[in-house]
Design a protein around this ligand. Structure first.
Ligand SMILES: [Zn+2]
Length: 406
C-alpha cells in the first residue's frame, strides 16, 4: 500500500521551522521519500496544500492500564477487565496525535502486541512490564499495618513487583527482558500517591541499583527511574541510570550531572496539575493534594532551569484514571517556561532519542515510520492547537490513517 502526500508543509522539529512544497512518499509503514521533486511512484495521492504535517507525538511516561486512580484497586482487578479498560485509554491517546508511548509500569507484551497487530487502535507501546520496587517502596500497594505478602508475580495493570536484594532484582530484570521490555522501570524514591513511602526517602541500596543498571545494559536497554529529590537523582545518575522520571526537586548541580552523563529528564507536570485541581473529586487525601500542588510548583521551576541549561528533556504525563484526557495539557503547562519549539522537540526528537528510536519516530524523513499529524494551523505559533481535538485534521500511524477528517 503506497501513499503520496503532495505539496505538504512540514514542521521539522530539528530545524524548528516550516518547510513548504514537499512531497512525501509512504510505502507500507515507512516514509521512503521527502522531496521537492515530483514523485513518480504509484500510490494513492492526497493533496496537502495548505496543510501542516508534523511527526506523530511521543509520550515517554504513561500508564495505559491505569484506568483507576487507585493502584490498590488495580492490583485486585482481573487482567481481562484491565485489558478491556485500557482500550479507550489507548484510543484516546492516538486521537490526540500520540503515535508512540513509553509505559512506566503496567502494560505488558500482550497489550503491546495487540496494538501492533491492530486488534486495538492505539499508539505503539514501549513497555516496562512490571515496575520494580523495594518492600515499602513506591510500588508496594499495601496500606500501613497491612502485612499480607504482596504478589511477586506481575500481571497486567498492577504497577509492578516488590523485590529486595541484588539476586532477586537481577532475576526480576531478566524476567522483564525475557518478556521484551524496552526499558526497566525502577522506583528509587518515595512518591506522592502511595501509602508508606515519604518523598524524602531513597529506595534501594546502591548495590541493588547498580545490579539493575548492569542487567539493563547487558540487554542493550536502560533504566528509567522514578525519582523526585536531588539527593535521590544524584545517587542513581552515579549508578548509570539514563532516564529520570518526574525530577521535580532536582537542583542545579544535579542537573549539571544529568547533562554530563547525557541522561534524560522526563517531567510529568500535568499529573500534579490534575491532582491539585481534581484530587478532591477523586477522594484523594488533603495531604496528597497539597504535595501535588508543591510538586507542580517545583516541577515548573525545575523544567525552566533544565531548559536554560540545555538538558535532554523528554515529554511525559503519568496520568491515571479519568485524568488521561488531560494528556495534551502538558504542552501548554510547559509552554509557560519553554519556547514552543522546545516543547515540541521534547515530544518528538528528545523522546525518540531517549526511547532508542532516533530517526525512526519523532521525525518526518526517509526511513522513519510513517507516523504523522495533520493540522490547518501552525503549532509552532500556538501550542493550544495540539490540545484541541478539532484542530487535529488527521493522524497517521505506520502508514495508515487512524483519523482522517479532511
Ligand atoms: Zn508513572
Amino acid at each position: 500500500m503506497s501513499i503520496i502526500l503532495k505539496n505538504a508543509t512540514i514542521l521539522d522539529p530539528i530545524i524548528g521551522v516550516l518547510q513548504e512544497g514537499l512531497n512525501v512518499y509512504i510505502k507500507n509503514n515507512l516514509i521512503l521519500k521527502v522531496t521537492k521533486d515530483e514523485i513518480k511512484e504509484v500510490g494513492k495521492i492526497y493533496d496537502m496544500s495548505g496543510k501542516i504535517l508534523m511527526p506523530g507525538l511521543i509520550d515517554a511516561h504513561v500508564h495505559v492500564t491505569a484506568s483507576s486512580t487507585s493502584f490498590t484497586n488495580l492490583s485486585r482487578t482481573p487482567p481481562s477487565y484491565i485489558t478491556a479498560k485500557s482500550i479507550p485509554i489507548l484510543n484516546g491517546m492516538i486521537s490526540r496525535g500520540f503515535t508512540t508511548v513509553r509505559d512506566g509500569g503496567g502494560a505488558d507484551w500482550g497489550l503491546a502486541k495487540a496494538v501492533e497487530d491492530e486488534y486495538i487502535i492505539g499508539p505503539r507501546i514501549l513497555f516496562s512490564g512490571a515496575s520494580i520496587s523495594q518492600t515499602g517502596g513506591h510500588g508496594d500497594v499495601r496500606k500501613l499495618g497491612e502485612d499480607f505478602i504482596p504478589a511477586d508475580r506481575f500481571q497486567i495493570g498492577t504497577l509492578g513487583k516488590v523485590c529486595d536484594g541484588v539476586d532477586a532484582l537481577r532475576k526480576a530484570c531478566r524476567e522483564e527482558i525475557r518478556n521484551g521490555a524496552t526499558q526497566i522501570k525502577l522506583m528509587v524514591n518515595g512518591g506522592i500517591s502511595t501509602p508508606t513511602d515519604p518523598i524524602e526517602n531513597n529506595q534501594f541500596s546502591l548495590d541493588e541499583i547498580r545490579a539493575v543498571v548492569e542487567e539493563a545494559e547487558n540487554a542493550n536497554i536502560y533504566v528509567m527511574a522514578h525519582a523526585y529529590t536531588a539527593k535521590s537523582i544524584k545517587r542513581v545518575l552515579e549508578c548509570g541510570v539514563k532516564s529520570i522520571e518526574h525530577g521535580n526537586l532536582i537542583d542545579e548541580s544535579t542537573l549539571d550531572l544529568l547533562i554530563k552523563k547525557d541522561a534524560f529528564l522526563t517531567p510529568t507536570l500535568v499529573v500534579y496539575y490534575a491532582i491539585s485541581t481534581y484530587g478532591e473529586k477523586y477522594n484523594l487525601s488533603k495531604n496528597v493534594i497539597n504535595t501535588a500542588k508543591n510538586s507542580f510548583r517545583k516541577g515548573i521551576e525545575a523544567l525552566k532551569i533544565a531548559s536554560i541549561k540545555g538538558a535532554n528533556i523528554a515529554f511525559g504525563t503519568d496520568l491515571i484514571g479519568d485524568l488521561h484526557n488531560l494528556q495534551s495539557l502538558e504542552f501548554k503547562l510547559r509552554g509557560q517556561v519553554q519556547s514552543n519549539i522546545e516543547v515540541i522537540r521534547s515530544a518528538t526528537i528528545y523522546s525518540s532519542k531517549l526511547l532508542q528510536m532516533e530517526d525512526k519516530i519523532g521525525v518526518i524523513k526517509e526511513g522513519a515510520y510513517a507516523d504523522l499529524i495533520v493540522f490547518n494551523k501552525n503549532p509552532l505559533n500556538d501550542l493550544n492547537i495540539l490540545q484541541k481535538k478539532e484542530e487535529i485534521k488527521a493522524v497517521m500511524k505506520n502508514g495508515k490513517w487512524i483519523i482522517k477528517a479532511f
